[in-house]
Design a protein around this ligand. Structure first.
Ligand SMILES: [Zn+2]
Length: 491
């Protein structure tokens, strides 16, 4: 039986990174099934990669060229001295003062065609060229000096390389140019069977998330881009604009992005302060760390403190302090309005709840070890903790009394299931294939396909196949375009 074929609505190329033939991106649908997000990680070429690798050599070349021109000019002027009040051959600088011949007796060039020049002092003759070339020389010198920041490892980049060897204590040292590591988000809106790119942003490697309403993407920027400051950033998909809100200076601690309040009006950021040990410091004695939660209005950028509390950092034998893994959540109404989960030790933690009725601490048995991709949300009169890596993500409901209940992974209600067979990707319902998903030639499915929360879209990661092939594709199919009725009876 010939199955109907469903073409992808979008194919997003995924580059190979380094030795890996394919770096696995993070890709998922938004809560409302109207957004699709792909996040890739790794070295990020801003398009000026070749220039960054070579500009200092070019600068050094220009520097040497201009230096040669200046030396040649100076040598020429000094070798062919003139005196004021006398006239000279334009070609060979022979003193023609008082000469009556129409040709230069020295070089024979016509004095009529090439009129003699008035004699000037050497500094005067050098003034204009030096005025032009000396700033250029300084500029190209500074430019090539930036070689200390940007240079390919194999370049010689003389004369600075030579100076660094010849002159003891020479301050300019080579630093290899390294492509910065970035997270790159590509966001698509999914409407009427079409995927439209609504945002492409690059930011320092870190966790970013879409707001539940799909209007913003938020993250914590801690990179050279913001001079290693504590900034909460958000991107507005409607206006295409970015906004940053400072959480404090570096001396205030380190910021982290936690998630969103219910509905996605505010982003939640946590500022973890510096460790405050008691003095005199005793070995293995724990110390306090101030924790501040902020809500940042994603439309106005207004920052409001939600809570301040204290975490206890344990001291290791080497004297360093280890902070418990903390995840935070907040909501605008109710009691409590904010919650922090702190993993004090493996297998147990402390939940701190705060709101109109005050702040209280509730112990809980930890469902997971402190993992970097956990997310905490208010869900009605409980909290929901989602663990990042397993697929589908494992999640737990945590009551305000500290009770922990695992939540079963919800299967999509549509009844669609992925089936990978003979390089054909089939979608089946009631055990019978009903549609074939067209995939680009030369690619095969790398992971199982994922459905959108409403079951109307699905996505999969494809890997390039064949010898020497690398890279991949993320494809999205519109399942609502597939035939509704099942032509065959269920098994
Ligand atoms: Zn002459």
């Amino acid at each position: 039986m010939e199955l109907p074929v469903l073409n992808p609505v979008v194919e997003i190329p995924i580059a190979a990174r380094g030795k890996a033939s394919l770096s696995i991106p993070e890709f998922f649908f938004g809560d409302r099934s109207d957004r699709f997000y792909v996040v890739t990680y790794g070295p990020y070429d801003d398009g000026f990669g070749w220039w960054h690798r070579n500009e200092c050599e070019i600068g050094a070349g220009v520097f040497v060229l201009i230096l040669a021109v200046v030396i040649w000019l100076a040598a020429r002027v000094l070798a062919r001295a003139q005196q004021r009040g006398r006239v000279y051959c334009r070609r060979c600088n022979y003193d023609l003062t008082g000469a009556t011949s129409t040709t230069c007796p020295e070089c024979g060039s016509s004095v009529v065609r090439r009129r003699p020049v008035q004699g000037r002092s050497s500094p005067r003759r050098l003034a204009l060229p030096l005025l032009v070339f000396l700033p250029l020389l300084a500029l190209s010198g500074w430019w090539s000096g930036r070689w200390t920041l940007n240079s390919s490892p194999k370049s010689k980049a003389w004369p600075l390389e030579w100076m660094s060897k010849a002159i003891p204590g020479w301050p300019l040292r080579r630093q290899e140019y390294v492509l910065p590591q970035k997270s790159v988000l590509q966001a698509y809106s999914l409407v009427d069977g079409k995927a439209k790119l609504i945002g492409r942003i690059a930011y320092g490697l870190g966790r970013g998330r879409p707001s539940p309403d799909g209007r913003h993407w938020a993250w914590n920027e801690f990179s050279d881009q913001n001079n290693w400051g504590n900034d909460f950033w958000s991107f507005d998909f409607m206006s295409g604009s970015k906004r940053s809100v400072s959480l404090g200076t570096r001396e205030d601690g380190s910021g982290s992005f936690q998630g969103f309040v219910e509905g996605g009006k505010e982003g939640i950021a946590q500022l973890t302060g510096l460790v405050r040990p008691k003095y005199p410091r005793k070995p293995l004695e724990p110390a306090e760390v101030p924790i501040t939660l902020f809500g940042i209005d994603l439309d106005t950028g207004a920052k409001r403190p939600i809570a301040t509390t204290t975490a206890i950092a344990s001291q290791a034998a080497d004297g360093s302090y280890r902070l418990p893994r903390i995840v935070a959540a907040s909501r605008l109404d109710g009691d409590p309005t904010w919650a922090l989960l702190m993993w004090d030790k493996p297998g147990s933690g402390t939940m701190v709840l705060g709101g109109p009725s005050g702040t209280r601490q509730v112990p809980f048995a930890s469902p997971v070890a402190g993992d970097g991709t956990q997310e905490l949300r208010f869900e009605g009169d409980a909290l929901q903790l989602t663990c990042g890596y397993p697929d589908p993500p494992a999640s737990w409901q945590i009551g305000f009394d500290g009770s922990v209940n695992p939540l079963a992974a919800t299967e999509p209600t549509s009844g669609w299931k992925g089936n990978f067979k003979k390089s054909q990707l089939l979608m089946e319902r009631n055990g019978v294939p009903t549609v074939r998903l067209a995939t680009k030639a030369g690619f095969s499915l790398a992971q199982k396909i994922v459905l959108s929360p409403d079951g109307k879209w699905c996505t999969g990661l494809l890997r390039a196949t064949g010898p020497g092939a690398n890279g991949g594709l993320v494809e999205v199919w519109d399942l609502s375009a597939a035939p509704e009725s099942d032509p065959l009876p269920p098994r």
